[in-house]
Design a protein around this ligand. Structure first.
Ligand code: ADP
Ligand code: MG
Length: 507
């Protein structure tokens, strides 16, 4: 560093100063420069720098203000979610509705009498897994799980549907060998976390891939049929595929097994989605008007008709345009793990271009898509983390900055994740209030089963979301219950409930 010495200079004094400073900080390279008329020019410079910083500060605040939603705006989001929900439920509007409100044919949550051994398949999360789930009822009531994780190479994920399902069946085969249960013909639940139109518990037509999947010849097809055909092609083992399950529904069922008040499922992980128990009479796409059925909202697509455009920023639009499914899943892209880091990166690029960050230099790292993963938001926003550690995280990403840069980055992360949590809360407020009105209640006590790494690991997301639901739906007391492996255990529970009902019907 440089230290400027103002006149008049005393040589002896200066020498002593140099020596002392070097002894005090031997690791630093300090040079002493003589300045001319420091006090006059310096004061002017300090003032100019202060002005520039204040102006920068103002512009940063102004940009981040776009991410701060007022209570009125959040209530409007809640209201529009409710409108979209109604549109999805009505026959007349279902076709064009963006929030699809898909019937799942799950009509009951577990009652504890479920029993048996079940297979589950979990596709659509970060990991593809095959599971064996042993459920015991009565006094020895328990759930025991064994699972194995398999990789799905990107070329399979984005290859042909037949390749994808051959790969899946290959993994099942490996798992059955591994567990020594190949001859058993067990009932299976297939957790398939993509939007499907279901006509029964065991039929689901894929509407559209999301979250990075792109295999051909699958959209418009029944994925249970694709799985059964894959099993047939292999001619090696048989399975009884009983249910196709959305991960939100699995999450709800897993939590309902512990808490009968749980009638909502929520995911905030790679993507975001929710399901809840709706009155069958309100689901016009399904015959009958007795009882309730779980509806997979597919709420990630909220806003795809433009109804959220007023609150979407240029950064949201940039993230959307660079994604695999541009124009789709607009709400999800403002909330979930696959996108929050990208929103932050786009803001950082803009701030750098405007000279507020990284000395105006856009590094290769900053240009790299997905470099800023959402887990870094969690780290950077952690209250226990000192600013210096934020700087280290950024350096590890290849983003060399000053401490001032770190402050700004932390501010950006906070703004993006807070908005995500509030938007998610506004959606949830719409759901709980609808359930309350469905039941004609002044007050509703209800539990939401939640899964997803962003919800679980972000230091503030859950708290902000809970508070938002409280503020926007004051007539509901909402408990949030973390689900333990909703997509694995839940699929098995749905299969178990279905088998129980089937047996009851046959006897
Ligand atoms: P999925 O939703 O695919 O089933 P997860 O619930 O595990 O899987 O969510 C994975 C997502 O969570 C990733 O997209 C990632 O962005 C995000 N994530 C991973 N680690 C963290 C973390 N520490 N904090 C916040 N988000 C995280
Ligand atoms: Mg998951």
């Amino acid at each position: 560093m440089n230290i400027f010495l103002p006149p008049p200079y005393n040589i002896l004094y200066a020498r002593r100063l140099h020596k002392t400073v070097r002894r005090l900080v031997p690791d630093s390279d300090v040079r002493f420069l003589l300045s001319e008329s420091g006090s006059g020019k310096g004061a002017a410079l300090v003032t100019a720098v202060a002005y520039r910083l204040a102006e920068q500060h103002r512009q940063i605040e102004e940009t981040l203000e776009e991410f701060q939603l007022s209570k009125e705006q959040l209530l409007e989001v809640k209201k529009r979610m409710r409108i979209e929900m109604e549109a999805g439920l009505r026959k007349k509007t279902h076709q064009s509705a963006k929030v699809k409100m898909l019937p799942t044919f799950v009509r009951s949550t577990p009652d504890g009498s479920e029993n048996g051994d079940f297979l589950a398949l979990d596709l659509g999360g970060t990991n593809f897994r095959v599971l064996l789930v042993k459920i015991r009822s009565g006094k020895r009531r328990m759930v025991e799980m064994h699972n194995k994780i398999y990789a799905i190479p990107v070329d399979v994920m984005q290859g042909t549907g037949e390749e994808l399902f051959d790969h899946i069946v290959h993994c099942i085969s490996d798992f059955l060998d591994y567990m020594g249960i190949k001859g058993a013909r067990l009932p299976m639940g297939f957790t398939f976390s993509f939007p499907c139109v279901q006509t029964s518990l065991d039929a689901g037509m894929l509407l559209t891939w999301t979250k990075g999947f792109k295999a051909t010849d699958c959209e418009g097809e029944d994925v249970v049929l694709l799985l059964r055909e894959g099993i047939k092609r292999r001619e090696e083992f048989e399975l009884d595929v009983v249910a196709v399950v959305n991960d939100t529904v699995g999450t709800m069922m897993t939590c309902a097994y512990e808490d009968p008040n749980c009638e909502i499922g929520l995911i905030v992980g790679t993507g975001s989605n929710a399901c809840y128990m709706e009155e069958t009479k309100n689901i016009e796409m399904v015959e009958g008007d007795k009882g309730r059925m779980c509806v997979n909202m597919e709420w990630g697509a909220f806003g795809d008709n433009g109804c959220l455009d007023e609150i979407r920023t240029v950064y949201d639009k940039a993230v959307d345009e660079l994604s695999l499914n541009s124009g789709k899943q607009r709400y999800e892209k403002m909330i979930s793990g696959m996108y929050l880091g990208e929103i932050v990166r786009n803001i950082l690029i803009d701030f750098t271009k405007r000279g507020f960050l990284f000395r105006g230099h856009i590094s290769e790292a900053l240009k790299t898509r997905s470099i800023f993963e959402t887990k870094f938001l969690s780290q950077i926003e952690s209250d226990r983390l000192a600013l210096l550690q934020v700087r280290v995280i950024l350096q590890q990403l290849g983003l060399d900055g000053t401490c001032d840069d770190s402050i700004i980055v932390k501010q950006v992360c906070g703004a993006v994740s807070k908005r995500a949590a509030q938007l998610c809360g506004a959606g949830m407020a719409a759901v709980v209030d609808k359930i309350r009105e469905n039941r004609g209640l002044d007050h509703l006590d209800i539990t939401v089963g939640v899964d997803g790494t962003l919800y679980k690991l972000h230091p503030h997301f859950s708290k902000i979301m809970h508070q938002t639901v409280k503020d926007l739906a004051p007539k509901c007391d909402v408990t949030f219950l973390l689900s333990e492996d909703g997509s694995g255990k839940g699929a098995a529970l749905i299969t178990a409930v279905a088998c129980r009902l089937r047996e009851a019907e046959q006897s």
